[in-house]
Design a protein around this ligand. Structure first.
Ligand SMILES: [Zn+2]
Length: 190
C-alpha cells in the first residue's frame, strides 16, 4: 500500500508486511516511480513540439500514454458509469482510439485535414499512428513539423469537443470542428 501526504517535500511511504520503509521523493521522482510501477513507457517523454502551447504537449503525452479518461479506461479503474458508449455516436464502446480517431464525426475531421494538407487518404487507426504520423514523403523537415503541429492541435480540439459533449451537452459537427481547427492553425495554434 502507499499513501501521499503534503509536507514541504511530498512523501511516499509504503509498507510490506511488518517491514516499513519511508522514502522521500521529489514530485518528479515520484511520478517516475509511479510510471515505472505502472509499466508506462517513457519513450514519449522526449516528444515535444515547441510550436504548440504547453497544454497541447501535455495532452499529447497523456494520449500516447493512454491517460485520458475515456469511458472504457474509467470502467477498468472500477468507476461506475451509466454507459460505456461513445458520447459522440452512442453506438460503440468509447476507447481512446475510437474517441480520437475512429468515431464517425472524428474520421470526417481527419479526412478533411488530410485532404487540406494533400496527404492522401486517412490511413490511421490508432492514437499512436495519428499523433506520430509523418505526413507525406515529399515533406521537408519544416513542413513535417507543421504537419505534426496541425495534427496535435486538431486532436486537442477533438478531445475538447468530446468533453463539451459530455459536460456541456453541446458539440460541433465535423465541418464546424474542421473550420475551428483550420482557424486555430492559421492563427498560430493559440
Ligand atoms: Zn463514437
Amino acid at each position: 500500500m502507499f499513501w501521499l501526504n503534503n509536507s514541504n517535500e511530498r512523501q511516499l511511504a509504503f509498507g510490506v508486511g511488518s517491514w516499513m520503509q519511508r522514502v522521500f521523493f521529489s514530485v518528479k521522482a515520484l511520478s517516475r516511480w509511479i510510471e515505472q510501477r505502472m509499466g508506462v513507457a517513457d519513450v514519449n517523454k522526449t516528444l515535444w513540439n515547441n510550436l504548440v502551447p504547453r497544454k497541447v504537449n501535455a495532452f499529447v503525452w497523456r494520449a500516447l500514454n493512454r491517460r485520458l479518461p475515456v469511458r472504457i479506461e474509467l470502467d477498468k479503474k472500477g468507476i461506475d458509469l451509466d454507459t460505456l458508449l461513445c458520447p459522440g455516436c452512442d453506438n460503440v464502446v468509447e476507447s481512446l482510439d475510437h474517441c480520437l480517431v475512429l468515431c464517425e464525426n472524428v474520421i470526417n475531421v481527419w479526412d478533411m485535414i488530410f485532404a487540406w494538407w494533400g496527404v492522401g487518404l486517412t490511413d490511421v487507426f490508432t492514437v499512436k499512428e495519428l499523433l506520430c504520423h509523418k505526413g507525406k514523403s515529399s515533406m521537408g523537415k519544416e513542413s513535417r513539423l507543421l504537419w505534426q503541429t496541425t495534427i496535435w492541435v486538431a486532436a486537442y480540439f477533438v478531445w475538447k469537443n468530446r468533453n463539451n459533449q459530455v459536460f456541456k451537452w453541446k458539440s460541433k459537427n465535423s465541418s464546424r470542428l474542421f473550420n475551428e481547427i483550420q482557424q486555430k492553425t492559421l492563427s498560430g495554434y493559440t
